[in-house]
Write a protein that binds this ligand. Sequence first.
Ligand code: TYD
Length: 259
Amino acid sequence: MAVAGKNGGARRGCFITLEGGEGAGKSTQARMLAERLSLRGLECVTTREPGGSPHAEELRAVLLSGAVASLGPMAEALLFAAARVDHLDHTIRPALARGAYVICDRFADSTRAYQGALGNIDPRLILALEAVTVGATRPDLTLMLDLPAEVGLARARARRGGGATDRFESEGVEFHRGLRSSFLDIAAGEPSRCFVIDASGTPAGIAESIWVVVERRLLAPRPPGGSFKSTAAKPADGRRDDVRQDPQNQQDPQERVKA
Ligand code: TYD
């Protein structure tokens, strides 16, 4: 494992994560966003969690099979974290170091919501685990795809056809309602990073909403003299703190982009 921040010194790319409940359409949106960024000549890497590197994909199979569920949410959180360390070291950090846009379908907010909030693990523990695993490689932008739990579950069911549900899909609707509010709480707590997207519309409409956010927050030209820059010390990994500190980029937690 790379020590947190050790590989981050050369970070030049941009890290975007998509989060949300089941059936929110994250993977479709990740693909559509990558296509659109690629048209601008930007290198994009689409990846996912759990998984995204060979060893992490092996852990994904174990986690989604439900084999670890009986050990409890803490064991699950540790395994998700182990997969994340491998993913960061072998996929995410190398791509960011060469200047790519990394678009990741789920990341650490999923651990906060699924294992932390719903698994009743002390949030301080979850954040400590996150600090050790993620270090300075935090997302520049997190798109929270939001829709009612019932709608998401129905979509996930339709997508699966007759196939078996995985470990988390098979939880009841109350679990998924709790999940939705956990993601909304995370977004409200970090408005400079997170942006809630109404995911109840069509894929094309949702993609358009996402593009508005990405253009405004990540692609818009900096004003002359880079006055968006924070006077705060630059983070150790040299990440795009201009994006994070721009007051115009702050989302009103109540504001939602309509698809
Ligand atoms: P996946 O098939 O990728 O689901 P989705 O299409 O909803 O993203 O399965 C990933 C599952 O793993 C999903 O139910 C959420 C769960 N998960 C966690 O519980 N903790 C985590 O840290 C991550 C990354 C995922």
